[in-house]
Structures are given as C-alpha cells and as structure tokens.
Design a protein around this ligand. Structure first.
Ligand code: PMP
Ligand code: GLN
Length: 400
C-alpha cells in the first residue's frame, strides 16, 4: 500500500481490500461484475435486477426531468417524498411519523448507514455490533468511524444468531447495534426471539439500533417486522431503507432514514456534509412508488420467491447444498459437495468452468471467521427467469 497517510488505510484494511502486494483491491462486487463482463458469464454476483421497475415510477422521473426538477432539492428531501415515506411507514407498519421531523432522504441506504454511524460514534472505545457475514459497507464504515467492530456469527444453514453469543457481544461499550433484516448475504429473516432480544439488549446497554431494511418488501414467509415497531424500540432506533430494491432502481440511490427527531437530526448533521442532497427528479418518482397499491408490493415478493425456488432447484441439480432464504435477493449454497475447499478460488474459476458468476461468502466476513464460510457462495436470484434457467443449465455441467 502506498504510504499516503489518512483514514483510507483504516477503511481498506477494515474492508479486507488490501491485496497481498499491498495494493488496494476493488470491492468484491466490482471484481466479480468485471469478471462477468470479461468472460461473458451469467452474472449472479452483484445484486441488481436485470429488468426495469414499475412504469409509473420511471415515468414520474422522466416527467420531473422534462419539467425542470433538476436543481438541488431541500436538505431533508422534497416534501412529497417525506410525506410518502411517512404514509408508507403507517400503511405497512402502523407507525405514525411527522414527515418534517422523523424522515430524512439520503443518497441510498449506503449514505444513511454511513451518516448514522459517523453521527453516533464518539471515539475508539465505542463498539458497533453487527451480524457476520455482513454487507461489505458495514466493516468499511465502522473502520472509518474508528470504532471497534464486534461481530456475532450466523451459522449455516439457517443463519440465525446464537442468543448467548448475541448477549455476550452487546455491552456498555456498544454504541450501535446494526441490524440488516432481511439479511444480505444469507437471506435470513430473524426470528421474533432474536428481534425481542435485540431491543432488550439495546435498552439494557443504552445502545442505538440502526436497522438496514432495504429488503423490507422481499420477505417470503410473511410481512417484514421492523425493530422500531417493538415495544420500547422507537426511541432508540434509526430505521433505514431505500427505493433501489423495492422499485428495481438500484442506480438511482434514493434512500431514507426514519426515527425520532433527535436521532434524525444527528444523521442530518453528518449527511449534509457528505452529499448535501441528491437525485432531485428521482425523489418524486420514489414517492410515486411508495404510494403504489398493496398488490404491487405483494407481487414483487411473490415473483422473487418463485425465482428463489427456481435458482434453488438449479443449484441442487448442479450438486450444491442449498440454504433456503426467507428474504432478500440472495441464496447461499455450499460448494463443498462439488469438491470446493475455498469459495474465493471457486468463484474466480466458476465463470470459465461453468459460465456463471457468484460471490464468495468469506468476502463478507472478518479474517477470524472466514474459515466458517470457507466453501459457501452467494447467488443472486433477482434476474429474469430465462437468465436463471440459463445459469441452471450451465451449472449442471459441474456435476457431469
Ligand atoms: N444494505 C444492504 C444490505 C444492501 O444489500 C444494499 C445494496 N445492495 C445497501 C444497503 C445499499 O443500498 P443503496 O443502494 O440504497 O445505497
Ligand atoms: N447490494 C448489492 C449486493 O449485495 C451490491 C451493492 C454494491 O455493489 N455495492 O450485491
């Protein structure tokens, strides 16, 4: 690594992106998408849909651009989107929000997570508790804040945390418990016992819950339950989501944080110096999306459940063992029955062996726990049926 001082070194080290020769490596998503482009493989790596979202949503953005909605929006977001987020929280979760005080629009969930953690960490003695494997941003941003990352491992095949390990991880040093549910990369949806314990522990140790709910409408076994709806949770929870997954607009980067005014103001205090604002014409479009009828939201979960099943059948037929996800874009499969001993090697060679790209699970784990996930691989199901069929028929070659 070049000897330029600064926080970037902590971040790339925290994110596990220092190459053996000391250079900075791209994220696992960038690496694997580049490999897909280079080899012409079917890309079941990076989680983005290969179809456009609802016409009304796209049309609202086109109209907004045509009608001159192209300058800085207000710092907290346009009033119509703030109102639409509040309506959405009431319609789906029975939460009553003041759009002017309890909602903040951000540059995707990514910025909301970064701003929330930067806002809440005081210094290097603070700890942030996350489940592992984790979405790669978490370790990078925790490193940026200078806090200590404390992880609770999720184990194959159901990826539910051990409650005692969770109890041990949360202490008076814990500033934030960062909870992603439905969970990327495992597809787990946490049980009611886990949710209750998370709120109890946050209360006992005076920690803030930051929830990453970007897959809120992609839960397969029943409606999503936000932690903020549990008794006693609202006052200490910053809930984060975004329009990317729900409306198949991952490139628009319209996210939001909701919670008590005092916490939302703290996030705003940081957010306004990161991007200030973003996505003027996309904000009314996401407001349109959030107001779509219930059947739209049920429809996307039903469609993705079918795709999960299709992908799962293909993976089993190819010889993988499969963990059946309860939500999210993703399915984790064990490549050990196919002779794999190292998921990263398996994923780097899979495009040339079978014409498919996937993501090695150890990329989402701390060095201490990578061995727990040594042969596990994440596949994205958020692709057209014919693409999943093609991937299945290519993967079938592995077992021949
Ligand atoms: N959290 C999780 C768990 C994700 O999977 C993603 C993106 N795929 C994000 C956050 C980032 O969301 P956004 O694109 O809205 O920034
Ligand atoms: N969230 C997407 C995934 O997990 C990728 C986002 C990214 O590339 N940063 O696949």
């Amino acid at each position: 690594m070049r000897e330029i001082p600064g926080a970037w070194r902590r971040v790339v080290t925290g994110a596990g992106l220092v190459g053996s020769d000391g250079t900075v490596r791209p994220t696992i998503f960038a690496e694997m998408s580049a490999l897909a482009a280079e080899t012409g493989a079917v890309n079941l790596g990076q989680g983005f849909p290969d179809e456009d979202g609802p016409f009304e949503v796209l049309e609202t953005a086109r109209a907004a651009i045509a009608n001159g909605v192209n300058q800085y929006p207000p710092g907290r977001g346009i009033p119509d989107l703030l109102a639409a987020v509040a309506e959405h929280q009431r319609r789906f979760y029975g939460l009553t929000l003041d759009p002017a005080r309890n909602v903040l629009v951000t540059a995707g969930a990514t910025e909301a997570i970064a701003a929330a953690l930067l806002a809440l960490v005081e210094g290097p003695d603070d700890e942030i508790v996350v489940f592992e494997p984790y979405y790669d941003e978490y370790a990078a941003v925790v490193a940026l804040t200078g806090a200590r990352l404390v992880t609770v491992p999720l184990q194959w095949p159901d990826f539910q945390p051990d409650l005692d390990r969770l109890r041990d991880a949360v202490t008076d040093r814990t500033r934030v418990i960062l909870v992603n549910d439905p969970h990327n990369p495992t597809g787990a949806v946490f049980t009611a016992d886990v949710r209750t314990l998370l709120v109890e522990l946050a209360d006992r140790h005076d920690a803030i819950l930051v929830t990453d709910e970007v897959y809120e409408h992609l839960a397969f076994d029943g409606p999503h339950v936000p932690l903020a709806t549990l008794p006693g949770a609202w006052d200490r929870t910053i809930a984060i989501s975004s329009g990317g997954k729900t409306f198949s607009t991952t490139g628009w980067k319209i996210g939001w944080a909701t919670g008590p005014a005092i916490l939302i103001d703290a996030v705003l205090a940081i957010k306004q110096w990161l991007t200030y604002v973003n996505g003027a014409p996309f904000q009314p479009a996401i407001a349109t999306g959030l107001r779509l009828p219930d059947h739209y939201f049920h429809g996307i979960a039903d469609a993705l459940r079918d795709k999960r099943d299709l992908l799962g059948r293909g993976l089993r037929a190819a010889g993988f063992e499969v963990s059946v996800p309860s939500g999210s874009y993703f399915t984790v499969a064990d490549a050990a029955p196919l002779g794999a001993t190292d998921a990263a090697d398996f994923c780097r060679t899979l495009p040339r062996r079978a014409g498919v790209v996937a993501i090695p699970l150890p990329a989402f784990a701390t060095p201490e726990h990578r061995a727990d996930y040594a042969t596990l691989v994440r596949f994205a199901a958020c692709k057209r049926v014919e693409v999943l069929d093609e991937a299945a028929s290519r993967l079938a070659a592995l077992s021949r």
